[in-house]
Unconditional design. Structure first.
Length: 339
């Protein structure tokens, strides 16, 4: 039986990268691209995630897995996949939409694999953490420190996310209590391993906050980010504190966060404490940048789904893998280093 993969949002940066990787790793795969644009490219299907009627075109194809690389706030794709017993993974949901999607189906009987891969860089942080041998029940706190280069390649979805959410409060977790904050507040100094420079990181919303606390039951979870630009790092907290973002429309906010370079390193660190209260750290660096890392992580999730070693049901992407084996597979990409 042939395997057909549909990548919705496959004309964007991450979608194209996933397509190229999957094609190189298995030339026998049939890969379709779902796009809103009408064109005559043979493997393209016109599809609008906001128009459920456009999904009729999918019924002509025996689709094995749907990969969502575009915003699907109404969960039309997820619900279509469940109804038609198609395996599914989404890498784009922000925290609030991930919570909404998961809550809407978590008690349902599912006759396919529904995989939420919307954590940072394809949802790989829990696998990185557990590859050290530590168990979730023994972890007291997790803090993710993210280095974001403005010179790195970035698709439009990241700018859309910031434009939609920069003014909105979100939650981190302290002793299992949800604490409200906003992007770029509560700065603290840290040093990243890749260059040992002191930088000021500040609050940032990523789905891992929800995943580590609500799914993995770790009581203290926080995420902080730093931009490579000192000017950007200094200006954004000031703009947040004076309420400047609230005065801007969506297009103006998207312009602020919409820059994309030709590529740069992507790095993040997970600092955690166990029951012994000793602080430990695991570090990931990708020389090829965030698009490479996110796409390759997603490809590994998809390949695991195709193995059929997992039962049907609802997963977060790290739950598909044995952590150490996943890290071995991840670091088979020579641009990715974990230590």
């Amino acid at each position: 039986m042939s395997t057909t993969i549909l990548i919705i949002g496959g004309t964007g940066l991450i979608g194209k990268t996933i397509h190229n990787m999957l094609s190189k790793r298995d030339s026998q795969l049939k890969i379709l691209i779902g796009t809103r644009k009408k064109d005559s490219i043979p493997n393209h299907i016109q599809l609008d995630v906001n128009d459920f009627e456009s999904f009729e075109s999918l019924k002509k194809h025996a689709i094995t897995i749907i990969i969502v690389c575009t915003k699907d706030a109404n969960n039309h794709v997820m619900n279509y996949a469940i109804k038609h017993k198609i395996d599914y993974t989404d890498i784009t949901k922000p925290s609030n939409e991930l919570l909404k999607a998961h809550e809407s189906i978590k008690n349902n009987l599912i006759d396919s694999k529904i995989v939420f891969s919307s954590g940072w860089m394809g949802g790989i942080a829990p696998s990185l953490l557990y590859s050290t041998g530590v168990l979730a029940k023994d972890i007291q706190s997790v803090k993710m420190m993210v280095y974001y280069s403005t010179k790195d390649k970035a698709g439009s979805s990241s700018a859309d996310f910031m434009a939609h959410n920069v003014s909105k409060p979100f939650f981190f977790y302290q002793n299992n209590l949800a604490k409200k904050t906003k992007h770029f507040l509560d700065g603290e100094d840290t040093k990243f391993d890749f260059d040992n420079q002191k930088r000021t990181v500040s609050d940032f919303d990523i789905p891992d906050l929800y995943i580590f606390n609500q799914i993995e039951h770790i009581p203290n979870v926080r995420a902080k980010m730093i931009f490579d630009s000192k000017i950007v790092t200094a200006i954004l907290p000031f703009m947040q504190k004076i309420g400047f973002f609230k005065m801007l429309n969506f297009r103006e906010k998207k312009w602020i966060f919409g820059g994309s370079g030709n590529g740069d390193i992507s790095s993040f660190e997970i600092i955690y404490t166990d029951n012994g209260s000793k602080e430990k750290k695991i570090v990931l660096k990708c020389e090829a940048g965030q698009s490479e890392l996110t796409a390759f992580s997603t490809v590994l999730h998809v390949e695991k789904m195709l193995e059929n070693s997992s039962q049907k049901g609802i997963y977060f992407s790290h739950q598909l893998h044995e952590p150490k084996k996943f890290i071995d597979a991840l670091t088979s990409n020579k641009s990715i280093v974990v230590h």
